[in-house]
Design a protein around this ligand. Structure first.
Ligand code: IDP
Length: 139
């Protein structure tokens, strides 16, 4: 995975509330190209695997439940400096601290239900993209 790519997903509450279009619009207007995109649903076990770095955190159980309660929209995004620029576009984890103009300011409901995921490093972007998208898919 080149350094100009990141992995993102629209979280279940935002999919359920029909915010996929609005979020994708912010992402495209933020200068990102959608390289790969799919709607799918995680099992609690798959969510647990995806977020296993947080296994010791007190919110882990709640996070796995929340991420598996409905469909998500998974995507690989491309832009120069993708990981850092995407973290800036989505804003702080806690929407109360997210800046105006960020995706989480617009669509997050709480620190847990914060609308979107964004990889925190190039290494994790590659791991997370491979979790959802096969290398055999053409993108
Ligand atoms: P990030 O998504 O902004 O990188 P992380 O600290 O990596 O934030 O946490 C991963 C996800 O875990 C968050 O996006 C959020 O959904 C959830 N989360 C983080 N902190 C809390 C919390 O204090 N309560 C409930 N959920 C949380």
């Amino acid at each position: 995975m080149p350094n100009n790519r990141t992995y993102s997903m629209v979280k279940p509450h935002a999919v359920a509330d029909n915010h996929v279009g609005g979020i994708l619009k912010m992402i495209e207007e933020g200068g990102f190209r959608i390289v790969a995109l799919k709607k799918t649903q995680l099992t609690a076990a798959q969510a647990g695997k995806f977020y296993e770095v947080h296994a010791e955190r007190p919110f882990y159980g709640e996070l796995c439940q929340m991420m598996s309660e409905g469909p998500i929209v998974a995507m690989i995004l491309e832009k120069e400096n993708a990981v850092a620029d995407f973290r800036a576009l989505i804003g702080s984890t806690d929407p109360a601290e997210a800046a105006e103009g960020t995706v989480r300011k617009a669509y997050a409901k709480s620190k847990g239900e914060n609308a979107v995921h964004g990889s925190d490093s190039d290494e994790n972007a590659a791991i997370e993209s491979a979790f959802f998208f096969s290398g055999l898919e053409r993108y």
